[in-house]
Design a protein around this ligand. Structure first.
Ligand code: EPU
Length: 428
């Protein structure tokens, strides 16, 4: 298993290009199941979850050509010959919960889907009951047995459905089902994340009729058939947030390019409050980490446009290096503080009480052997290691490979002392 060895204490200086958003690429790839024509997706990040999704779609009969190494990270998916009984196996769903994104498109296109129920997860229970309820509203018959969900429908029928709570992939899944349903669907209490808007943009290029994406009410007029399209995936706002925090923490001067500052408005205002200077252009952000001393500021994660839960762990590291106490409240997932114990082992003073974490700063961090427990927790350990004295060894970095494209190369290119050791994993 790969590990990262990081020697902290170097300010990060230089330029990093932001990759395409994993969480926009995954639903976009699933959307290709809705048509028998090729869908061409650009700016697909070269991360492990994308490879998992390739295997998932290929197992159902789709042809997926992941075109890395060539311009634009272009991927072509053709789902002309889908299996009549497509299945997302436990083997794949257990490694990537977003596999449930194929439910909606499959029922809509071939009238059947068999998808393994996701089990527990390192960051919380994460059920998919709201996806199931939504599909039932559209007329699908759902059977749950032997750890699988089977959904069937001859043709889905448009309906009005209000999500009991905001769910990102739930909104995406039901949106993909509704585009081929008969008649009009009105979805309420939808997620407003940029990734939902990006999916709606792709579906619209494929011929879907959607209004309201990016607001809490999405209206869809179902169409009989969708066609192929070409689409460029939006930049990864969480990767950008992670590098902004890395620049701030190390007292560096980092320029991020090919990003979308508008998707990070809330985080940028929070950073300003903390004392981090960021100059945002149209597609660039420059973070100057030594502009002012860092001040502890409370933060609560919220659905978009609030502070993203996917940047909570990384923000916690910043708070360990800020003066004073700060209270972090995690409102989206019930168990997303696994990194806190590891940060304490490096010298942080963090007390977790249910959904709240109280961070007392500033405490020097010292290198230690630590364990990555999930994708964003791993990113936070990398950030902590970059400011810790001496050497940190991070184990189980396969978590980070799920969602960050060549993170060690990107960080090394701006001065980080970081290397990957252990088995070299095959990259596609
Ligand atoms: N929830 C339910 N029932 C459902 C669906 C969700 O109770 O049917 C609950 C969840 O358990 C959670 C809350 O609702 O407490 C919100 O979960 P959501 O469904 O929005 O999360 P998700 O769609 O499974 C996506 C991202 C996550 C990100 C969350 C929140 C993708 C592929 N994943 O997950 O990304 O944290 O939204 O923004 O888009 C990551 O990239 O590291 C990651 C975990």
């Amino acid at each position: 298993m790969d590990k990262f060895v990081i020697r902290g204490g170097t300010p990060l200086l230089g330029t990093i290009r932001i990759s395409g958003a994993k969480n926009a690429a995954l639903p976009a790839m699933a959307a290709a199941l809705l048509t028998d024509e090729p869908v061409v997706l650009e700016n697909i990040p070269q991360v492990r979850d994308i490879e998992t999704e390739r295997r998932l779609l290929a197992a159902m009969g789709a042809e997926v050509e992941l075109g890395y190494g060539r311009a634009h990270h272009r991927t072509t998916i053709c789902a002309a010959n889908l299996s009549k009984n497509p299945e997302a196996s436990y083997e794949l769903v257990k490694t990537m919960r977003a596999s449930s994104l194929v439910l909606g498109p499959l029922v809509a296109r071939v009238g059947f889907a068999r998808v393994s129920m996701p089990g527990g997860c390192a960051i919380g229970a994460r059920p998919i009951d709201l996806h199931i309820k939504g599909l039932e509203k559209l007329g699908a018959k759902i059977v749950q047995e032997h750890g699988y969900i089977e959904a069937r429908a001859t043709r889905l029928k448009g309906a009005r459905y209000a999500f009991d709570r905001i769910t990102v992939t739930g909104t995406e899944d039901i949106l993909m089902a509704a585009v081929l349903a008969e008649g009009e669907t009105v979805l309420e209490n939808c997620a407003r994340e940029p990734e939902v808007v990006d999916l709606a943009a792709l579906l619209t290029k494929m011929g879907a009729q959607i209004t309201g994406a990016g607001t809490s009410t999405i209206r869809v007029k179902g169409v009989e058939k969708l066609g192929g399209a070409k689409h460029r995936i939006i930049p990864d706002r969480i990767e950008a947030a992670t590098f902004l925090l890395a620049g701030a923490l190390t007292g560096g001067d980092l320029m991020l390019t090919d990003c979308e500052p508008e998707h990070l408005t809330y985080l940028l205002s929070k950073l300003e409050e903390v004392g981090v200077k960021v100059d945002a252009g149209e597609t660039t952000m420059r973070v100057m980490g030594d502009a002012a001393p860092l001040v502890g500021c409370d933060m609560s994660t919220e659905e978009y446009p609030g502070f993203p839960t996917d940047a909570q762990a990384q923000y916690m590291v910043l708070m360990t290096q800020a003066q004073g106490s700060s209270i972090i409240t995690e409102n989206i997932f019930e168990n997303r503080y696994m990194h806190a114990q590891e940060l304490c082992r490096m010298g942080a003073n963090i007390k977790v009480e249910g959904r709240r974490a109280i961070v007392r700063g500033k405490t020097p961090l010292s290198g230690a052997a630590v364990l990555a427990s999930d994708l964003r927790a791993s990113a936070s350990l990398v950030l902590a290691a970059l400011v810790a004295n001496d050497e940190t060894i991070i184990d189980r970095v396969y978590h980070i490979d799920r969602g960050y494209e060549r993170i060690e190369e990107k960080l090394r290119s701006v001065g980080a002392q970081m290397k990957r050791i252990g088995e070299i994993l095959p990259r596609r």
